[in-house]
Design a protein around this ligand. Structure first.
Ligand code: KPL
Length: 340
């Protein structure tokens, strides 16, 4: 175990109370409460969940439904980012940013005055736009890439005068990789970010997640981006479930998207998965056949999508290497204009 010195003063700020933020917060706090009950002490941090919207009271009750349909409830400290002004208590020993990629610059503006350059900040965003943006502003940067599935059940959140209940459905168990953004390639064991990654993996494992640290998180992020880029824009554009991508007329479009993506990744020197890109994407489509992918959910709810974070880095890399992306460019243009 990579322990912290004073667990009582050990706060993890999770910024972004969406599905993944709630899943992480509820799982960690439930594990901390279990350790306190069974061992009288815990090395796990306390969680402060930070959002944009004010909620009555300082605490929220998070009800997490597990993939096995058990309900686990955890009381979590909650605050809004703009009320952090002047607060000296509950200083973070680490921060997890779980907002969508396009939310990161605004959050960072409010967060930066409260932390030091040594505070480890972990980006949980899809795509590859928030991470390089933040790396230019903060030296102790970690990134996580996860295949945990979670969504917000409709209408489960409720509030009375003095309490707020938030729900989250843990839809499927996956795997999480965590690593320092800047790495010398062999995970220099003395680097502060690498030590922080090892510690945070301990937290995640204690909270029940399959997690490993990696010296090469950037390759992991590119791999997840490739899968998202092959599936999300097509299902969002045509408003279909992932499994329909196996049928005509979509199957040839998936093949073309994967060809465009893999050509860019080859030029960028990103290693292909052992089974090859086409087989990996087919496998993910099969495993998530019934899913409405996250980008489709955003389109249906009229929210901004992650199209920029997912297709933007591919388009930039393609331009650098003189590659054409006819299908992905077309999807990018269609999804960048407001959908109705
Ligand atoms: O991660 C996903 C998403 O919905 O964003 C995929 C892999 C496309 C599964 O739905």
């Amino acid at each position: 175990m990579h322990t912290m010195t004073d667990p009582e003063d050990n706060w993890l700020w999770i910024i972004g109370p969406g599905a993944i933020g709630r899943l992480l917060a509820a799982s960690l706090m439930a594990a901390r409460q279990r350790e306190l009950r069974e061992q009288g002490a815990s090395t796990l941090p306390r969680v402060l969940l930070l959002g944009r919207q004010a909620m009555s009271g300082q605490d929220v009750m998070l009800d997490m439904t597990t993939p096995e349909l058990l309900i686990i409830s955890a009381r979590i400290n909650h605050s809004t980012i703009d009320t952090l002004q002047g607060s000296s208590s509950r200083k973070p020993s680490a921060i997890w940013l779980t907002t969508k990629a396009h939310g990161v610059p605004a959050v960072w503006q409010q967060l930066a005055p409260h932390i030091t350059p040594e505070t480890p900040v972990t980006c949980w965003q899809n795509g590859l736009s928030a991470q390089p943006w933040l790396a230019e502003r903060h030296p102790t940067l970690l990134c996580a890439s996860t295949t945990e599935g979670a969504w917000l059940p409709p209408a489960i959140d409720s509030s009375t005068d003095d309490s707020v209940r938030l729900g989250v459905q843990h839809a499927g168990r996956g795997h999480t990789w965590l690593g320092a953004w800047q790495s010398d390639g062999d995970g220099d064991p003395d680097s502060q970010s690498h030590q922080a990654a090892l510690l945070q993996c301990d937290w995640l494992r204690a909270a029940g997640f399959a997690c490993e640290s990696t010296p090469d998180i950037q390759t992991r992020l590119w791999h997840k981006l490739a899968i998202n880029a092959a599936i999300n824009p097509l299902v969002a554009r045509y408003r279909i479930r992932n499994g329909q991508l196996r049928d005509r007329p979509f199957a040839p479009m998936v093949r073309q998207a994967v060809e465009e993506i893999s050509a860019v990744l080859d030029c960028e020197g990103i290693s292909a998965p052992r089974e090859g890109w086409q087989a990996l994407v087919e496998q993910v489509i099969r495993a998530t056949a019934n899913n409405r992918a996250s980008m489709l959910q955003d389109v249906l709810a009229g929210r901004p999508t992650e199209v920029e974070a997912i297709l933007g880095p591919l388009r930039l890399a393609a331009a650098r290497h003189g590659l054409a992306l006819p299908l992905l460019d077309d999807l990018y243009c269609q999804l960048s204009t407001p959908q109705r």
